[in-house]
Design a protein around this ligand. Structure first.
Ligand code: GRF
Length: 222
């Protein structure tokens, strides 16, 4: 069973969706650890309620980011973590950390990347006047919201939407695709070639929001 750690700074609704998918048997993974950089993160109490080991690691206790990340690595090693799932984790991980866990860290972002990277993606989408936005699960590389894209889901933007309405509609899709992306990784179906993700054996078509079936899945160019 794939051993995952979830890093979260706040509300933890994506964590909750992942917990639910594990509980229902839909997601063949074990959430071994939840780590937060905020003591008051709701994600920690959600983990506690679900009986999952959880830890507040206070970045303020360390002299620099390298020391803080050493503490993270120690916890990850102890729990033999194979995949780090960022779910609303509001800190940027150093290139050293990301390099150590190459293709072993994933993130969810509330826009159709590469559009609207960074903070307040939903607000950026509204201000730009796009008709569609959505969410993206991607591997984490050294950039911000730039790694290889695993799954995306699209939502329509209504002219009456405020940031909250749009964020809520996107969040529902986040809860749907994040557990699916982890499942694909747990099933060892996600391959990366030249910065692009290819999903092997897509006959179940669980990956794509538009459910295109096998024919629409690109094969690696050789
Ligand atoms: C989500 O919108 C996610 O896309 C972004 O941070 C938010 C986390 O929400 N990275 P939650 O803590 O999972 O409820």
């Amino acid at each position: 069973m794939l051993k995952i750690a979830v890093f979260a700074s706040g509300r933890g609704s994506n964590l909750q969706a992942i917990i639910a998918a594990v509980k229902s048997g839909e997601l063949p993974a074990e959430i071994c650890l939840v780590i937060s950089d905020r003591e008051d993160a709701k994600a920690l109490s959600r983990a506690e309620e679900a009986g999952i080991a959880n830890k507040f690691i206070d970045p303020g206790r360390f002299q620099d980011q390298a020391e803080y990340e050493k503490a993270l690595i120690a916890e990850l090693n102890k729990a033999e973590i194979e995949l780090i799932v960022l779910a609303g984790f509001m800190r940027i991980l150093s290139p050293d950390f990301v390099g150590k866990y190459e293709n072993k860290i994933i993130n969810i972002h509330p826009s159709l990347l590469p559009a609207f990277q960074g903070l307040q993606a939903q607000k950026q989408a509204l201000e730009c006047g796009v008709r569609y936005s959505g969410c993206t699960v991607h591997f984490v590389d050294e950039g911000i919201d730039t790694g290889p894209i695993i799954l995306q889901a699209v939502v329509e933007v209504s002219e009456d939407d405020g940031v909250e309405e749009l964020a809520d509609r996107i969040l529902k899709e986040e809860h749907r695709i994040y557990p699916r992306a982890i499942k694909l990784i747990a099933e060892d179906r996600v391959k990366i070639e030249q910065g692009r993700v290819f999903i092997e054996d897509d006959s179940k078509a669980v990956n794509n929001v538009n459910n295109p079936g096998p024919a629409a899945v690109p094969s690696p160019q050789r």
